[in-house]
Each structure stands twice: as structure tokens, then as C-alpha cells.
Design a protein around this ligand. Structure first.
Ligand SMILES: Cc1ncc(C[n+]2csc(CCOP(=O)(O)OP(=O)(O)O)c2C)c(N)n1
Length: 638
């Protein structure tokens, strides 16, 4: 009989024997493999943490006890055990289940997360709130060894340790970030694992002892308990103990019984935080993922038998384009360096790392450090390019202002995954990149429309002595419109891709293509709309702006990002400064967080598809003719 369908919540997990829990673990793994193979998603991390999640729900009483998973990409088992089996098949689809913790889905999810290294701070905050209110509950942060390369974890531990706060941190150590984990601490964890030679020894002793009739089994149990106690007290963990934590471990992340016992031990510690070190295997239970954990960290839908992607069409992502361009630039200019924060493959830098290992730096999940490191490298005479998802670059807001822009250093941020990203949803959309960057003095901000213009942008910033940000989307950005506007990017100059006197569509990034398509639709109705590629967002092309303004062509701005503080707002400000008419409409994302789902659906929800843009132009012109346009902002169905 299948156990998983009988699990309606954590209370059902608590009723199971260890053997039944092991059976449940197999069924949960199978369900995750089946679902991710159809929906895509994070596979290897989720497979590795199944037994640990079952042990957590056996020992702790969620939602009374509070579980905080770091990043949140590994909560599929948690979702399956907390009443979400019915919607699991809709994983990551539009209006379906989120791939990350989601408060709207369940009382067992306390935060909506997707960014790394926040769990210990969040859990410490919950623990302090508990203590202030005199409540009695356990608070548990579950954090990976990759996430533990992020500095915020140490800020939180340093704080927790000084206050003797009752808190449990579980280190889920699978030796992997997305790629193999990096940094001195990853070596430290390796030593901790190696120092646990008792671990294999314990199993051997237990196996031998149990062969003796009558006394064998109880004796083995006693020896095991003694070894567990000794281990808690003596092995490794000095780093955590220096931070004021009690260190327990390492323990086998497959052994639900042992984990349950150590969790009980940790629950009894009242006067200090405890860190429990659990060793898990990324990809556990699916041979292909276990052998290639990086490839199966996050995956598109795939065939379980072969691991090959379903309906896969080979295409070059914008990240891979940027990576190849950087390799070419590095071979021509010895000053070019590449930096990643634990995302070398995702940001297209693997090729660079292979060709120029000495000029490539993976700093771990440490975006703040990466930016300031680049400041130092630039001051030292090099040209660092930090390739980072726009959403994770948000981490380094102050470092960018204070350490790079204020110093006016030639650091280039390759802001990948700018705009909407689809299935990963609200934690991952790179829609704040323009509002974040447009206000920074000294900074050049470019958002190319396609891969050809991306190359122009990257080469252009190498000639500058100032900081720069180049934003590009997740998907491929095949060159287009080169017959019209060419690809002669000049910083501070825009390109007219299509002439027209009835309306001017000012667009950026891949919205330029949507604007061109909208202009094509409008032409069928006899409306001639100009399309302008505003790749250079800072500095803007004030000359072209004044030209459009003086000809009294009604302007509409189109951007795939937040309207507040974005391109349209900035264009409006420039128009006001030059005493020109401001844009009549601004299309983009309203004051909200956009959900997850397939890209076309999200773009449609935001009113950014070509036919919707064309419709907005018609409404704008009709309003102008009737003399009643009120110049409102239009943010789709927001
Ligand atoms: C601030 C930030 N930077 C980068 C990422 C991308 N990212 C998601 S998971 C991950 C690796 C996490 O490794 P670990 O914590 O060990 O978890 P595992 O996947 O190995 O279980 C990274 C780098 C992120 N989510 N947040």
C-alpha cells in the first residue's frame, strides 16, 4: 500500500514507524522525479533532502514549531508532507503551486523566499519574537553548505551566539552549491566530515555486535549511544562553537532514526543555539541526478529514462552569448576578468573559466563581496565583469553605490535574467534593475535589444573609465532589426528602428521587438508609429528626446520592469527638465510582485505583448483626438 497518499499533514508523518518513513521517502522521491520531469524545477537538491524533511516533520510540530528553509528551492518534500499533494502537479505553472516557500499556499511556509543565506536571520528573528512573547516553540533554520558561503549567515550566527538564544540550525551539507561548493569553509566542512571516521566505524561495530545472540543488539545500541554522546562533545565544529553554538554532528542524512534522536537532543538545549551537521547526497535516488547534480540542480522538463530534455530546441541563452563575448574580449585584452557568485554555469562563464582559470573568480554566494572585490580589482588596473542575475545583484546595492560608483571605478555588472524570468516567479524576476541603477551617479546603464547589441555594449563599456551595468534577459536574444538600425551602439545615443509621425514607441531590451511588432500591427490600421531602441538608459539620448518632443509626437514608453523609478519615469523627468511634453503612457510593471508561470502568460498579465501595446497606442491616440487623454500610467491588469 502507498503511504504518501495517506499523508494529509505532519501529524500523519509522526504516526509512522521508521520502516514506514523509509518507504515514504522512496515514494516522495518518485513523486518529485515524476513531477519535475514534466514541470521542470529544482531536482537534485530536493531529492537530497527528502529523509531529512521527513525526520524534521517527525520531530518538530510544524506550524507551531517554525521551520525556515534557506533559499527555498528544496521544499518539495516539505510541500508534499504539509497538505499540498493535490496541487503538486501544478508546480511552477501559472496560478499553480510555487516552486518556493509561499505563505499564500500554507501555514507551514513562513516567508516567501528564493534568495540565499537569509534563513538564520529569519529564524533568529522568530526566536526573539517567541521569547519576547513568552511562547514555547522551537525555531529551526535549514541551511545548505552553499548558502553558508553567504555572509549574512555569519552575521546571524554571531548575533545568535552572543544572546544565548534557543535556536536550532541544521546544516544540510551535500558538498554542492549549484556547482561544487567553493571557499575555505567548504574545505573545513570536508575535514569535519572526514573527522567523523567513527561514522563508518559505528556502522561496522553495530553490524558485528548484532551478530551475537541476546546481548549483541542491546550492546550495539549502548555503544552507538555512547559514541553519539562522545561525538556531540568532542568532534570538530570549533568554528560554530566560537560563534556561540553547540555543534552536533556530522550525521547521516539518510538515517531518519538517528536524525530524529539528535533532533530530540537539540530540542533539550535551552540556553544556547545548536547547529546540527547533516550529510546528504544531492540527487539521491535518481542515478543521473546523483552523477550530474549541477545539471539537475534546476532543470527543464526531461525524460526520466534518459535525462534528456523534453521538446528541447538548442538555443543560445543571453548568458551564454555574454560568456562567449567575454571570452573573445579576454583574449584581446589582458585586463578583462570574470567574477561569479556561485553561478558560473547559469551566467554563462564556464567557457571563460576553462580558457582563463587564473582570470576567473567564483566567490561563493557572496554578491556583496563580489562587487567590492571588483572595485579592488579595478583599482588595481583590471577590468572586472561580474556576471550575476539581476535579482541577486539587488544584494549589492550599497556596494555598488559606495564601493564602485562613488569611486568611479570601471567595474561592469553583467545583469543577467533582467526582466521577467517565468517559472521561478516573484523572488527571481529581475525587474528592479533599472529603478535600482538609474539613480546611481557615474554609472552607465545599457539594456541591449539583442545579442549583437549586447556585444556592442560590452565592447563599449571596456572603452569607458566609469562603472557600468548591462542588463539582458534570461532567454536567447537572437539579433534582429540590424537591417534597420544597424548595431552601432554609442553610449548616450538611441537608435530609430522605424520612422513614424503618429506616435513614438520608446522601448528597451527585448521590449524593442514587441514595439516593432506592435508598430507592424498599427500600420495595418494606417497608424505610423516610430520605434526607438533606448539601449543607452544612462546617459539618455536627450537630443533625440527633444527632437521627438519638439515635433509633438505623442510618446509611449515600454519596459519590462517596475514602472516606479524605471525607464519611463526617468524619460518623463528628462522631458520635464527640457520643458518637453512628457510621455502620454508608460507601459511596464505596476507596484506589485509578479507571480510565476510561462513567459508569454506573464507578459500578457503585464500588458506587454505586441497586440496589447498596439491597443494601448490606439487608445492613446483616440484619447488625444478626443482631447481627453489624462496621461495615466498603464500597467497591464495590475
Ligand atoms: C543571493 C542568491 N544568490 C544566488 C542564488 C542562486 N542559488 C540558488 S540555490 C544555490 C545553491 C545553494 O546551495 P546549497 O545551499 O548548498 O543548497 P543545495 O542546492 O546544495 O541543497 C544558488 C547559488 C540565490 N538563490 N540567492
Amino acid at each position: 500500500m502507498q503511504i504518501l497518499p495517506t499523508i494529509t499533514g505532519p501529524a500523519d508523518v509522526k504516526k509512522l514507524s521508521i520502516a514506514e518513513c523509509e518507504q515514504l521517502a522512496k515514494e516522495v522521491r518518485q513523486c518529485i522525479i515524476d513531477t519535475v520531469s514534466h514541470q521542470g524545477g529544482h531536482l537534485a537538491s530536493n531529492l537530497g533532502i527528502v529523509d531529512l524533511t521527513i525526520a524534521l516533520h517527525r520531530s518538530f510540530d510544524s506550524p507551531k514549531d517554525q521551520l525556515v528553509f534557506d533559499v527555498g528551492h528544496q521544499v518539495y518534500a516539505h510541500k508534499l508532507l504539509t497538505g499540498r499533494q493535490g496541487i503538486f502537479k501544478t508546480l511552477r505553472s501559472y496560478h499553480g503551486m510555487s516552486g518556493f516557500p509561499c505563505q499564500a499556499e500554507s501555514e507551514h511556509d513562513l516567508f516567501d523566499t528564493g534568495h540565499s543565506s537569509t534563513s538564520i536571520s529569519m529564524a533568529l528573528g522568530l526566536a526573539r519574537a517567541r521569547d519576547l512573547k513568552g511562547e514555547d516553540r522551537h525555531v529551526v533554520a535549514i541551511v545548505g553548505d552553499g548558502a553558508l558561503t553567504g555572509g549574512e549567515c555569519y552575521e546571524a550566527m554571531n548575533d545568535a551566539g552572543q544572546g544565548h538564544t534557543r535556536l536550532i540550525v541544521i546544516l544540510n551539507d551535500n558538498e554542492m552549491s549549484i556547482s561544487k561548493n567553493v571557499g575555505a569553509l567548504s574545505k573545513y566542512f570536508k575535514n569535519l566530515r572526514a573527522s567523523a571516521s567513527w561514522y563508518g566505524g559505528k556502522k561496522r561495530i553495530k553490524a558485528r555486535m548484532t551478530k551475537f545472540p541476546l546481548v549483541g543488539k542491546p550492546l550495539a545500541h549502548v555503544i552507538e549511544n555512547v559514541m553519539n554522546m562522545v561525538k556531540s562533545v568532542t568532534t570538530g565544529g570549533e568554528l560554530f562553537e566560537a560563534l556561540g553554538f553547540r555543534y552536533l554532528g556530522p550525521f547521516d542524512g539518510k538515517n531518519i532514526d538517528e536524525m530524529s534522536r539528535v533532533f530530540e537532543e537539540a530540542k533539550a538545549v535551552e540556553d544556547m543555539p545548536v547547529l546540527i551537521h547533516i550529510v546528504t547526497v544531492k540527487g539521491d535516488g535518481y542515478d543521473l541526478a546523483e552523477r550530474q547534480p549541477e545539471r539537475f540542480h534546476g532543470t527543464a522538463p526531461f525524460r526520466v529514462e534518459t535525462g534528456l530534455k523534453r521538446g528541447f530546441k538548442p538555443s543560445k541563452s543571453a548568458a551564454n552569448c555574454a560568456g562567449s563575448i567575454l571570452v573573445r574580449m579576454a583574449s584581446e585584452d589582458e585586463r578583462v576578468l570574470a567574477v561569479t557568485a556561485a553561478m558560473s554555469t547559469g551566467t554563462g562563464l564556464s567557457e571563460f573559466a576553462r580558457y582563463f582559470p587564473k582570470r576567473f573568480f567564483d566567490v561563493g554566494i557572496a554578491e556583496q563581496h563580489a562587487v567590492t572585490l571588483c572595485a579592488g580589482m579595478a583599482r588595481g588596473g583590471f577590468r572586472p565583469f561580474f556576471a550575476v542575475y539581476a535579482t541577486f545583484f539587488q544584494r549589492a546595492y550599497d556596494q555598488m553605490i559606495h564601493d564602485v560608483c562613488l569611486q568611479n571605478l570601471p567595474v561592469c555588472i553583467l545583469a543577467d535574467h533582467a526582466g521577467l524570468v517565468g517559472d521561478d516567479g516573484k523572488t527571481h524576476h529581475g525587474v528592479f534593475i533599472l529603478p535600482m541603477c538609474l539613480s546611481m551617479p557615474n554609472l552607465v546603464v545599457l539594456q541591449p535589444r539583442d545579442s549583437a547589441e549586447l556585444e556592442c555594449a560590452m565592447r563599449a563599456v571596456l572603452k569607458l573609465d566609469t562603472p557600468s551595468v548591462i542588463a539582458y534577459p534570461k532567454e536567447e536574444i537572437e539579433p534582429y532589426a540590424s537591417d534597420i538600425g544597424g548595431h552601432t551602439l554609442e553610449v548616450g545615443r538611441w537608435q530609430v528602428l522605424r520612422e513614424g509621425e503618429d506616435a513614438a514607441l520608446l522601448a528597451t531590451g527585448r521590449m524593442t521587438k514587441h514595439a516593432l511588432e506592435a508598430a507592424g500591427l498599427l500600420k495595418q490600421d494606417g497608424i505610423q508609429a516610430a520605434v526607438i531602441d533606448c539601449c543607452s538608459l544612462k546617459p539618455m539620448d536627450t537630443q533625440m528626446l527633444s527632437d521627438i518632443g519638439r515635433r509633438c509626437i505623442p510618446m509611449m514608453t515600454i519596459e519590462e520592469g517596475q514602472l516606479e523609478g524605471g525607464m519611463g519615469s526617468e524619460i518623463a523627468r528628462c522631458c520635464m527638465k527640457q520643458e518637453l511634453p512628457v510621455p502620454k503612457r508608460m507601459l511596464g510593471i505596476g507596484d506589485r510582485f509578479v507571480t510565476h508561470g510561462a513567459m508569454p502568460l506573464l507578459l500578457e498579465e503585464c500588458g506587454l505583448m505586441p497586440d496589447q501595446i498596439a491597443m494601448q497606442v490606439k487608445e492613446m491616440l483616440a484619447g488625444l483626438t478626443a482631447g481627453m487623454d489624462d496621461g495615466r500610467q498603464h500597467a497591464g491588469k495590475a
